[in-house]
Design a protein around this ligand. Structure first.
Ligand code: HEM
Length: 460
């Protein structure tokens, strides 16, 4: 073996595996770096993770053409890194200076004055604003908002008998909930859907710019509205938090809350529905109490985590980590998906004991100081959305087999392009059987209970 690990790159330690032993020292060699973007990765990321594991706990990858990173695929190495903020920084500024300014990964990883990309006391200050503000909502309020927006959305397609559960449901529930939590009336939700769903679906740089402009316009209007009149909402609580955010920090904290939450919650709902609707064990829940939406959500967090690879970190010094030298400032990502499924994966429709990891700990929320601060609210939103859908459309089923579903491209998320389903249509004249019927047991709460600034309006 010729290799001598040194802090001059990402060279492998000899003897980690037979495959590793035959790898050249200098790393990562361009032709060996495995891309985490494109159709092949999107179609079967778990085979790619199997290949990456042959390198040992870390492997060289590309997250966009020409943008390399080391990916941690080992569960214990991931935990160790995530719990060692002295060695591993989240501050992306030095790395960002080495990346083309129009790189597609910068929207996810670029530096801003918010919780996601700062360390230490600065991070704690930003994070407290988010955790303490979310804690002012009771679970009952969150559930009610989610129930109402879910039923508003369901009502739009019940008479059709078919629906794309991503575009028409999973992608919209979090947006409509955020619009309310941040204190805007439902009449503003369409603007936020255009912005957030537009950013998710942008196929060209021009579409991305248009969606970004729509998002900036929405945030500007949101802040302007709450400057005039505060309410019992996240925007007002962020503004008045003792941390004393500057206007730039305020905007950045609102943006990171919505941007971090939207895609992940969409994928959580979408991936869980995809598993439920292709597995007969869930159909029995409707009559005989078999597996529940909670089971599906846990199954997804373990086996198809909504964020697959993220937690960008940069070592503060050259470090020899689980057999690999990493240079100070070099980009390292955590593969929650690979770490979770290191000892097996439960495929959709498969009982956990049939071969996959049967539950227990997972890294779907990350871990350590930057772990998702909104786990319980996110789970509550996803659970309520799924429960309302399956309660109203009890025979809903997929129109394509699970293994023919198409997944979004990209290194960071695990989410479906669409989730076509069919069901027996419900018509509005079926008294008491429609989500929007006044006899609905849960139609008593005012839609705009959280907003004090503007008159109530229905979701559009
Ligand atoms: C209401 C919905 C959600 C909101 C508002 C939200 C918000 C946030 C925020 C603000 C952070 C940054 C925390 C920090 O750096 O200290 C974060 C991190 C994270 N969230 Fe969430 N989140 C939501 C839902 C989800 C869901 C459904 C998942 C996946 C199961 C998820 C997974 C993560 C992960 C993995 C991180 C760490 C990212 C990193 O360090 O790069 N989040 N979230």
């Amino acid at each position: 073996m010729t290799s001598t690990p040194g802090p001059d790159g990402t060279s492998r330690q000899p003897g980690i595996s037979s495959t590793t032993a035959s790898l050249p020292v200098a790393a990562p060699l361009a032709h060996e770096v495995i891309p985490l973007y494109g159709a092949e990765f999107a179609a079967d990321p778990y085979s790619v993770y199997d290949r990456l594991r042959e390198y040992g706990p870390l492997a060289p990858v590309e997250i966009a053409p020409g943008i390399g990173a080391m990916l941690v695929t080992d569960y214990r190495a991931a935990l160790e890194l995530l719990h060692d903020p002295d060695t591993w920084s989240k501050d992306s500024r030095a790395w960002q200076a080495t990346v083309p300014p129009d790189s597609p990964v910068l929207p996810m990883m670029g530096w801003r004055p918010n919780a996601l990309v700062n360390d230490g006391d600065t991070h704690r200050r930003y994070r407290q604003v988010i955790t303490e503000s979310f804690s002012l909502f009771t679970p009952h309020e969150l559930r009610e908002h989610t129930r109402q927006v879910s039923e508003t959305l369901i009502a739009r397609f019940t008479s059709r008998g078919q629906v794309d559960l991503i575009a028409e449901y999973a992608a919209q529930v979090p947006v409509l909930v955020f619009n309310r939590l941040f204190g805007m009336p439902d009449s503003y939700s369409a603007q936020l859907v255009t912005a957030l769903c537009g950013m998710l679906d942008a196929n060209t740089p021009e579409e991305a710019v248009t969606a970004n402009e729509a998002f900036s316009a929405y945030i500007g209007e949101l802040i302007g509205t709450k400057q005039v009149q505060r309410g019992a909402d996240l925007t007002s609580w962020y503004m008045d938090h003792p941390a004393g955010l500057t206007p730039e920090e305020l905007a950045s904290e609102i943006v990171v809350t919505m941007a971090a939450g939207h895609n992940a919650t969409t994928n959580l709902i979408g991936n869980a529905l995809a598993r439920m609707l292709s597995d007969n064990r869930y159909y029995s829940t409707l009559s005989s109490g078999g597996l529940t939406p909670r089971d599906a959500l846990h199954d997804v967090l373990q086996n198809d985590p909504p964020m697959s690879n993220l937690s960008p970190h940069f070592p503060t010094r050259d470090v020899f980590f689980h057999g690999t030298w990493i240079r100070a400032g070099q980009l390292v990502l955590i593969s929650y998906a690979a770490a979770n499924t290191q000892h097996g994966r439960t495929a959709p429709g498969e009982a956990a004991s049939a071969g996959g990891s049967g539950g227990g700990a997972h890294l779907a929320w990350s871990a350590g100081p930057h772990a998702c601060p909104v786990q319980n609210p996110a789970l509550l939103i996803a659970t309520t959305a799924i429960e309302r859908l399956t309660a109203w459309l009890s025979d809903i089923e997929l129109t394509v087999p699970h293994d023919e579903l198409v997944w979004r491209h990209g290194p960071f998320h695990r989410g479906l392009v669409e989730l076509p389903a069919r069901f027996t249509p419900i018509t509005p004249d079926q008294a008491g059987a429609t989500p929007w019927a006044s006899s609905s047991p849960s139609s008593s709460t005012q839609p705009d209970a959280m907003s004090t600034a503007r008159p109530t309006a229905s979701a559009s």
